[in-house]
Design a protein around this ligand. Sequence first.
Ligand SMILES: Cc1cc2nc3c(=O)[nH]c(=O)nc-3n(C[C@H](O)[C@H](O)[C@H](O)COP(=O)(O)OP(=O)(O)OC[C@H]3O[C@@H](n4cnc5c(N)ncnc54)[C@H](O)[C@@H]3O)c2cc1C
Length: 306
Amino acid sequence: MTHYDVVIVGGGPAGLVAAGYCLHAQLNAAILTPELGGKVNYPFALRGFKPENIVWGAQLVAQFEQMLAGARAVPHLATQATAIEPVPDGRFLLRLREGDPIMARTVIVATGAAPQRLYVEGEREYWGRGVSFSAISHAPYFAGRDVAVVGGGRRTLVAALELAQIARRVYLIAARPQSMAELPEAAYVQALPNVTLFSNWEVQAIVGDEFVTAIQLVGINGETRQLPVDGVFVQFALLPNNELVRHLVALDADGHIIVNHRCETSLPGLFAAGDVTNIQSEQVLVAIGEGAKAALSAWEYLVTHP
Ligand SMILES: Cc1cc2nc3c(=O)[nH]c(=O)nc-3n(C[C@H](O)[C@H](O)[C@H](O)COP(=O)(O)OP(=O)(O)OC[C@H]3O[C@@H](n4cnc5c(N)ncnc54)[C@H](O)[C@@H]3O)c2cc1C
C-alpha cells in the first residue's frame, strides 16, 4: 500500500493550492480528484458585458495546476475517494473508486459544495449566459438590469437583498415561501421598493435568444406569467460534499465541516478547506487562502506529531 504524509481530496482552488503548498514544504503528498479546477471553470457571459478590472480565479488556479504538472512531486490520483477510515495509530485509510487504497498521516478535505438546480427547460442551455447559481459572484454585473431570484431560504433572501442594491428590479420567486417567512431577512426584503415577491409561483422555463430574456412562471391554479429579465439567480442553499467525513467530524446545521482558524476539523490530523467548510467562502480567492492555511496546518501537525 502507498503511504503519504498528506492526501488532499478535491482539485478545486482550495485543493490545488493546498497541493502547491505541500510541494513548497517538500511533503510526501498526493492530490486525489477526478479533475483539476473544480468550479473555477464555470462559464459566465452577459449581453453587453465587457469584463474589466476583475481577477480571474481560473488563471490563478491554472498557475497551480502548471506547478503541480511541472514538478511531478505531487502525484495526481485521477479518481474519487469513496471512504476515509481512521486507523488506530492515528493515520487514515482512503478507499478509491479505482485502484488500491492508500494510507495518509493527514488528510485535507477540499471537496467543495454543489449548487442545487431547478431542472427546468432553459436552465442548462442558459447556464452562464444569464443563469447564475452565485449572486455574490455575479450580482455586480447586473447593474440597472432586471433579474429574478429563485429559491426558498436564507441564501435566497440575502441574494435578493444584495441584488436589490445593484439591479433595477428584482423578482423573488418562492414556490414555498413558508420556508423563509420566519427569517429576519424576509422583513428587510419586503420593505424594498424594487423587489416584487412571487409567492407560490414555480419556475416553468427560462427563455431567451443568445442570452436569457425572460423567466416563465406557473401559479398554483395553472395560470402562467412571463417576466422579462436579463438574469435568473438560482439561489437554493449550496450542498456541501461532506459524504466522506460526515460520520467522522462535527458539521454545522447546513452540513458544512466545522473548522477553526487553522482549518482543523474536530478529528486530529483531518483538515478541511474551501466551500465544504463553515468558513464564509463561495469565492475562488477565499478558497485559495483556506487551501494554503490547511496545508500549512497539516505541515505543522506532521512535524509536531512525529
Ligand atoms: C455557478 C457558480 C459560479 C461561480 N462564480 C464565481 C466567480 O465568478 N468568482 C469567484 O470567485 N467564485 C465563483 N464561484 C465560487 C467558487 O467557484 C467556489 O467558491 C470555489 O470553486 C470553491 O473551491 P473549492 O476548492 O472549495 O471547491 P470546488 O471548486 O467545488 O472543487 C471541489 C473539488 O473536489 C472534487 N471532489 C468532490 N468530491 C470528491 C471525492 N469524493 N473525491 C475526490 N474529489 C472530489 C471535485 O471534483 C472538485 O475538483 C462560483 C460558484 C458557482 C456555483
